[in-house]
Ligand binder design. Structure first.
Ligand SMILES: *[C@@H]1O[C@H](CO)[C@@H](O)[C@H](O)[C@H]1NC(C)=O
Ligand SMILES: *[C@@H]1O[C@H](CO)[C@@H](O)[C@H](O)[C@H]1NC(C)=O
Length: 444
């Protein structure tokens, strides 16, 4: 093959298969951390728009609804903000604007944004609506109110095939979950079509597939995650099925909360937030394939995966596993034995004098490494990591919920071609999570 043809071929392959690494720090084309938490997505022609909460100030208070664009779901360019604060209104810098969702109204060619509009103590429990003639706006704020006079906190929108739109929302002091139909302008709700009573649900999204509606939502536990669920119905009016887990219950949805659910071919993408309460702006995005292989959507746990939008498919990357117990323990580190660990063992008492060194093979590139760990309690921990004796980097280890629940976090490290040495938890005063194993990936 001529080299130009090879180049063209590899470029096409790269362009089609974006790499998604859940829980990594995602940056935009300017190198800034993506600030689009509690996000909503809209596709216009071949461009995806990502609207979300800009939490760069690490505050719950309103700063901006950001707008990012991408054609592959991996490379995101920050556009001008879609919605910015207006003093003296319910969207001032002392109020709360969360979970912005945008739908397009073909009837009058208008983009309509709905969001959770609240006061700083979350006592107002309203929806806010804003409109624009272009996807990123800026949007013109129309107002905030209680839909049909009732509370609305965490919300989402669903646009059905026939152009009818619905508000999905936690209502009645978060005790009931409601679905209400919007008017033809998408400016207001007109009637309640369903209520899941006694269901403390929030952070909803709906995917329709083969005329079945799949409602994915979390329960209510503040910023801490819980086992997100799916409910099914053949009509948005219900009856809704009982709840089913979308991930192993003890992982609390791999430490994340649903924000949006996007169809992908005959499957979908779970798009969630891993909230970091101590630094909200550093909260990461947890996107996983949602597979319907069992008949119900289930998260496919993938450290590194490719989404191919042209074919509507995904591929989960495979890597090389190195068990922590196969490494060299240093200082106060100890071997732990429990059936929940891969290989039956992990290395504990890392940090505060305990270290672990693993010999691994690299391919001479910046590579993703996934650390599988369990914190002994429900605190957040971190571990230092040194590659080939180089400077320590700090890798955050969100709460695993205590016990022996294993979570994973990715870190990108530059490896030599051939043998490399990774040293964990040296030079750190606090305890790191117990390390079960690491997986080294070659997919960049
Ligand atoms: C939406 O409808 C409610 C009645 O349910 C009304 O009080 C409110 O003013 C309406 N808002 C807008 C922006 O039309
Ligand atoms: C690492 O964790 C310890 C203990 O929780 C904390 O005191 C420290 O600030 C953390 N370091 C970083 C860089 O996050």
């Amino acid at each position: 093959m001529a080299s130009w043809l090879l180049y063209l071929f590899s470029t096409i392959v790269l362009a089609q298969a974006a790499v998604i690494v859940p829980g990594a720090s995602w940056t935009d084309t300017e190198g800034n951390i993506i600030q689009a938490h509690g996000g909503g997505f809209l596709k216009v022609a071949s461009t995806y728009y990502w609207f979300g909460e800009d939490k760069v100030l690490d505050s719950t208070l309103f700063h901006a609804v950001s707008c990012y664009t991408s054609t592959d779901l991996e490379t995101w360019t920050r556009e001008s903000d879609a919605l910015t604060p207006i003093s003296g209104t319910m969207i001032s810098t002392s109020d709360v604007v969360e979970r912005p969702k945008v739908i397009f109204n073909t009837m009058n060619s208008e983009y309509v944004m709905w969001f959770h509009s609240d006061t700083s103590n979350y006592g107002a429990a309203m929806v806010g609506v804003a409109t624009a003639k272009t996807p990123c706006g800026p949007y013109t704020y129309k107002g905030s109110w209680k839909p049909l006079g009732a509370d609305s906190r965490d919300e989402g929108l669903f646009l059905d095939d026939d152009g009818t739109a619905y508000l999905l929302y936690a209502s009645d002091n978060n005790q009931n979950f409601k679905i209400s139909m919007l008017d033809t302008n998408y400016y207001n709700v007109t009637e309640q079509v369903s209520v899941l009573t006694g269901a403390t649900l929030e952070a909803p999204g709906v995917i329709k597939r083969d005329n079945v509606y799949y409602l994915i939502a979390s329960h209510t536990s503040g910023w801490d995650p819980n086992p997100n669920k799916v409910f099914t119905a053949s009509s948005l009016a219900g009856p809704w099925s009982t709840q089913v887990d979308i991930a192993p219950e003890d992982t609390n949805t791999y430490y994340s909360q649903n924000a949006y659910d996007m169809p992908l071919g005959t499957n979908g993408i779970y798009m969630g937030d891993r909230w970091d309460v101590s630094a909200l702006g550093s909260s990461t995005y947890i996107w996983f394939p949602l597979s319907w292989a069992s008949g119900l959507p289930v998260i496919v746990k993938a450290d590194v995966w490719n989404v191919n939008l042209a074919t509507g498919t995904y591929t989960v990357a495979t890597g090389t596993t190195y068990e922590a117990e196969s490494g060299t323990l240093g200082g106060s580190a100890v071997l732990l034995t429990d059936s929940s660990y891969s290989g039956g063992q992990a290395v504990g008492f890392l940090g505060d004098g305990g270290t672990l060194t693993l010999d691994i093979i690299g391919i001479g590139e910046a590579q993703w490494v996934s650390l599988y760990y369990a914190n002994g309690d429900s605190t957040w921990r971190n571990t230092t990591l040194s590659v080939n004796g180089g400077a320590n980097v700090v890798v955050q280890q969100p709460s695993s919920g205590g016990g022996h629940v294993i979570q994973s976090v990715p870190v990108k490290v530059t490896l030599k071609n051939g043998a490399n040495t990774l040293t964990f938890s040296s030079g750190q005063a606090s305890f790191a999570g117990d390390l079960d194993k690491i997986i080294v990936y070659t997919t960049a």
